[in-house]
Design a protein around this ligand. Structure first.
Ligand code: TRP
Length: 378
């Protein structure tokens, strides 16, 4: 029997069965018909074609509105608790593709309050991390004229009236059932979901008319948005549409890249040597000896290295299939495959790190309401 898995906004454990998770959460598969519909707007992103962004809520309704001339906005976010790693970047890269494809505005929420409440960090820590993480977000090239970054403790004045309205509609018993809180949970955590809901409704409050919202993010965030969607109609807000992705795998073979395993995690600030070392130690689907692998072949299904190509570093479908075939037939060995991945990750990071430096110049302009960032060493 496979071990049961757990997926909440704060904890992901076990072998995730994404089909079952979708059933448990009650989200809808992104199927062939929906991919077909999306292909009308441009080349469908590999993360969609490959079932990485695999599940949604109300995407068809959102597109119906869009086709009738109703512009939506994008919303996603980051809890600043440490350095950005590739797993954080994956959904942001997808958000950037949506922004380019539909030409829509974007709100990015940085929940320094959340990470203060849920982790052993000071507010000073989480605010400084927010600045560092924001550089990674901005480096991806979001349209500076259409993108705003919210930092909760700075923008609370705009969020609070909305959060209050949301919180009045959510009972403690709902929060316990959805998030697994108990009597030892601090009361800030119990309230927090209403803060994460707020940006989804902020443009509606600002415009005084319903502005549709699309939230592409990891499926672990669904509990928050289930609650937000439930209360929206009663508050005169549109229910946000959702697009959910699977978790970005760790190099150790786990289902989710996590900062709790530093050696299996690639940070955006890692240098070439660190990447080489981490990829070198990655869990693979290879055999114990070269002879055996030449004879029996490897198993890309379970291989962390293969997953990296599949999720991010090989966008060409025919090439990814060819790689899987060459692995299964024993044609390519793990060493070679790892060396090539290391090269690709390092090229990506070199380019990203240069853009990250450039981002320092514009991240200030992207602060919602013009707040001032707290930087390291200040
Ligand atoms: N709670 C998220 C995290 O821990 C951060 C977040 C805030 C977020 N708003 C969001 C994520 C909207 C996705 C969509 O990382």
């Amino acid at each position: 029997m496979t071990e049961d898995f757990k997926v909440t906004p704060w904890e992901v454990t076990g072998d995730i069965d994404y089909g079952l998770l979708q059933e448990r959460f009650g989200t809808t598969p992104i199927d062939g018909a929906l991919l077909e519909r999306l292909s009308k707007y441009g080349d469908v992103h590999p993360m969609l074609r490959r079932g990485i962004f695999y599940s949604h809520r109300d995407l068809n309704q959102l597109l119906d509105g869009y086709e009738k001339g109703k512009e939506f906005f994008l919303y996603t976010g980051r809890g600043p608790s440490g350095n950005t790693h590739l797993g954080h970047m994956m959904p942001w890269i997808f958000n950037k593709w949506i922004q380019d494809t539909f030409g829509v505005p974007m709100l990015f929420q940085m929940t320094d309050d959340e990470k203060f409440l849920f982790k052993d960090l000071t507010l000073d820590d989480t605010r400084r991390m927010a600045y560092e993480n924001a550089l990674d977000f901005v480096a991806l090239g979001f349209d500076p004229d259409k993108t705003k970054i919210i930092l909760d403790t700075e923008n609370i004045k705009s969020l609070y009236p909305i959060a209050l309205k949301v919180s009045k509609k959510v009972t403690f018993s709902t929060a316990k059932a959805v998030f697994g809180f108990d009597n030892s949970t601090n009361i800030g955590s119990v309230f927090f979901t209403s803060i994460q809901a707020a940006p989804a409704f902020l443009p509606t409050e600002e415009a005084g008319t319903q502005v549709p919202c699309l939230i592409p993010c990891g499926i672990d965030q669904d509990p928050h948005f289930r609650v937000a969607r439930d209360v929206a109609p009663g508050l005169g807000y549109p229910k946000p549409a959702m697009m959910y992705c699977k978790m970005f795998p760790g190099l150790g073979g786990g289902d989710k890249m996590s900062s709790s395993d530093e050696n299996a995690t690639i940070y955006t600030t890692d240098g070439p040597k660190a990447v080489k070392k981490k990829v070198g130690r990655a869990f693979t689907g290879g055999c114990v000896s070269v002879e055996e692998q030449r004879e029996k072949g490897g198993n890309p299904e379970i291989c962390a290295v293969f997953k990296y190509y599949f999720y991010m570093f090989e966008k060409d479908d025919s090439k990814i299939n060819e790689l899987a075939d060459r692995c299964r037939s024993g044609c390519i060995l793990c060493g070679e495959c790892k060396a090539e991945l290391t090269t690709r990750i390092n090229l990506f990071l070199e380019d990203h790190q240069a853009k990250r430096e450039e981002a320092r110049k514009i991240v200030g302009d992207m602060a919602y309401g013009g707040f001032k960032w707290k930087k390291d060493g200040e």
